[in-house]
Design a protein around this ligand. Structure first.
Ligand SMILES: Nc1ncnc2c1ncn2[C@@H]1O[C@H](COP(=O)(O)OP(=O)(O)OP(=O)(O)O)[C@@H](O)[C@H]1O
Ligand SMILES: [Mg+2]
Length: 348
């Protein structure tokens, strides 16, 4: 039966131009404006391709869930609203004016003329992205150049949260939600002796360090000046990350976990997690059906010892003499100032 219902999306938005501005495996992205404000703000409408097996539904729902869980940060794209219509699903996103960081199989970023400062800024922003993801319990698989955009200020913005999952549930157990859930659960069950905390720490550390190494290697190719001490230090850091990554993979292949010892720690973590959960119940209503179904905006209470945090700290040393870059590695001016001053206090 033909649906006679008017599309709510079509009633509210119109395309600025017919041609799509982006295309991925799942969707086509168009520039749109509100019909009520045709000369006003431009948005990006990601229209999912309907698939025969209906696979787009879970990806669409995952993307909404991730936009709901993740904090509103300059580093992440922002969802405005969504339309779940009979024959298509649509996300309305804030429009990112800029270009892709890199085409998937290209060896270099789209912009090849980057200064040392810009290279390090990109490295810092990528590290902050993965740190925010892990803090909020989000495993984001496609951390590649087509999902990272460079806006007109030269800052990086992560988009496309379809291939993701949230790892733990309210009780701090591994209970993934989202498109990648089954895959992650399977990984977890491969080794029955590891605790939730151990699994999660390894999952994030391994994935994030690997992604950062790949991107940093690409960035370091943009400046081969052997006299540039920032780049020399950056290269040195990448070598160290490479070494740590290899050691981590080796340890994983050889470690046997002692579950008795970690039991107590896990119990405590579980209690902490409940505490965070109950103190955040008021955030549950958030983003309508999909967001509301699982949304919990609190940071994950299952804390991990983060390799990405260590990478950020190393980057701080490298950019120490560049106040603007150094400050960009902190959440706010005060924390930066305290960090900065503490170095000089030690000297005098
Ligand atoms: N908010 C936005 N502003 C401007 N352009 C965007 C925006 N979001 C996406 N794009 C463009 O559209 C392209 C495709 O979008 P996206 O990566 O979200 O879809 P996809 O790759 O089909 O998703 P999936 O990985 O779930 O299949 C991006 O590479 C980018 O060029
Ligand atoms: Mg994409």
């Amino acid at each position: 039966m033909q649906s006679t219902k008017v599309s709510q999306f079509d009633a509210k938005y119109q395309k600025v131009e017919q041609a799509q501005i982006g295309k991925g495996a799942q969707g086509s992205v168009f520039k749109v404006v509100k019909r009520s404000d045709p000369n006003g703000k431009v948005y990006a409408a990601k229209i999912y391709h309907a698939e025969e097996n209906g696979a787009e539904k879970i990806i669409f729902e995952t993307e909404i869930l991730m936009y709901t869980i993740l904090p509103k940060s300059q580093l992440f794209g922002k969802m405005v609203e969504y339309f779940d219509e009979a024959d298509r699903k649509i996300l309305i996103l804030e429009f990112i004016e800029g270009h892709l960081f890199k085409n998937h199989h290209d060896k270099l970023p789209i912009e090849k003329d980057l200064s040392t400062q810009q290279i390090l800024k990109h490295a810092i922003q990528m590290t902050q992205m993965v740190l925010l993801l892990e803090k909020h319990d989000v495993y984001f698989s496609d951390f590649h150049g087509e999902n990272i955009m460079v806006n007109k200020n030269g800052d990086l913005v992560l988009t496309d949260f379809g291939a993701s999952a949230r790892i733990t549930d309210r009780a701090g157990q591994i209970n993934p939600k989202g498109f990648l859930a089954a895959q992650i659960m399977e990984k977890f069950q491969e080794n029955k002796k590891q605790t939730a905390a151990q699994f999660k720490e390894r999952l994030f550390n391994e994935h994030h360090i690997k992604q950062l190494i790949n991107h940093f290697k690409v960035l370091s190719k943009l400046n081969q000046d052997k006299e540039d001490e920032f780049m020399v230090a950056f290269e040195e850091m990448i070598k160290n990350m490479d070494k740590q990554y290899k050691e981590m993979v080796f340890r994983k292949a050889t470690t046997i976990y002692d579950t008795d010892e970690v039991d107590f720690e896990e119990k405590q973590q579980k209690q902490d997690h409940y505490g965070t959960y109950y103190s955040n119940l008021s955030t549950l209503e958030s983003c309508g059906t999909y967001g509301g179904k699982f949304a919990l905006k609190s940071e994950s209470a299952l804390k991990i010892s983060s390799m990405s945090q260590k990478v950020l700290e190393k980057l701080r040393y490298i950019v120490f003499n560049d106040a603007a870059l150094l400050e960009s590695t902190f959440d706010d001016h005060e924390t930066f100032q305290t960090y900065y001053d503490s170095f000089f206090e030690k000297m005098f």
